[in-house]
Design a protein around this ligand. Structure first.
Ligand code: FES
Length: 277
């Protein structure tokens, strides 16, 4: 089961800008029903400004939330600004996405690029690459771009961001080949067969407890507060704050950011800290 942020849940339950703009100035149609995710983004553009954006999507909660977030982000935005939006920006707007669902934010970014290209009468170079994953229709250019932009280090991460490799698995060797190819671009690539051993949940919990004890608790206790680890579910670290910290955690994001930064530096760089409700 995935753990979603409140923002993801809210956008999934109350998606904004659902529908299709008639006589849209730009249309971005990406994914396919056969692959399990599809997104159609339509834009109304006045001058250089996106004055309206609507979407229709077929996909999971993350796909709906990512599409809804994207439309909120780009409305009333100049095209020159909108085209700088990355999939990370979409995920950040939502307070993060489970790493296995990052491909939903990538689909949003791709739909935006396709819609802007359509408005300009251009075709996207990514679509002209060679299809490397037949199951999900992902091209080599899309994979290489994801590796470079998101600094991916394994086939598993490629699957999280592009879905390539998430079906029959026949393309895994090709994906690994593309990873190695990026070595010349100066990226640190870890072959799937040489991946560092995955941390067990118990090891992860012990490391998190250790960091909380050494790096976080002493400072909090000086202010009369405390922090307790409640649960670890995948990348989500659920904590409970006591005393004065309870209020400061709610009133400012700096404490959450501080704890998250410490855990990311010393345990795993994908961890997300949430307060127990
Ligand atoms: S060809 Fe890529 S998962 Fe099947």
């Amino acid at each position: 089961m995935w753990l979603y942020t409140d923002t993801v849940t809210e956008h999934f339950q109350n998606p904004r800008n659902v529908g299709e703009i008639e006589n849209a100035d730009g249309v971005g149609d990406v994914g396919s029903l056969a692959c399990g995710d599809a997104l159609k983004l339509t834009l109304k553009i006045d001058g250089d400004r996106i004055v309206d954006a609507k979407f229709k999507t077929f996909g999971c909660a993350s796909a709906i939330a990512s599409s809804s977030a994207l439309t909120e982000m780009i409305k009333d935005m100049d095209i020159s600004e909108a085209e700088k939006i990355t999939n990370e920006d979409i995920a950040n707007f939502l307070g993060g996405l489970p790493k296995e669902k990052m491909h939903c934010s990538v689909m949003g970014r791709e739909a935006l690029e396709a819609a802007i290209a359509d408005y300009r009468g251009l075709s996207l170079p990514m679509a002209e690459g060679d299809v490397i994953c037949e199951c999900f229709g992902v091209t080599d250019l899309e994979v290489i771009r994801a590796i470079k932009e998101s600094n991916l280090h394994s086939v598993e991460e490629i699957t999280n961001f592009t879905k390539a490799g998430g079906g029959c698995g026949k393309c895994e060797d090709k994906l690994e080949g593309l990873l190695l190819q990026t070595i010349s671009d100066g990226l640190k690539v870890v072959k799937a067969s040489q991946k560092p051993k995955r941390m067990t949940t118990l090891q992860k919990i012990k490391k998190i407890e250790d960091v909380l004890e050494r790096e976080v608790r002493p400072g909090l206790k000086m202010d009369g507060g405390d922090i307790e680890l409640i649960d670890v579910d995948g990348d989500y670290v659920i904590v409970s704050l006591r005393g004065q910290c309870t209020s400061c955690f709610k009133s400012q994001t700096t404490l959450k950011e501080f704890v998250e930064r410490k855990l990311r530096e010393q345990v795993l760089d994908t961890l997300i800290v949430e307060e127990d409700k």
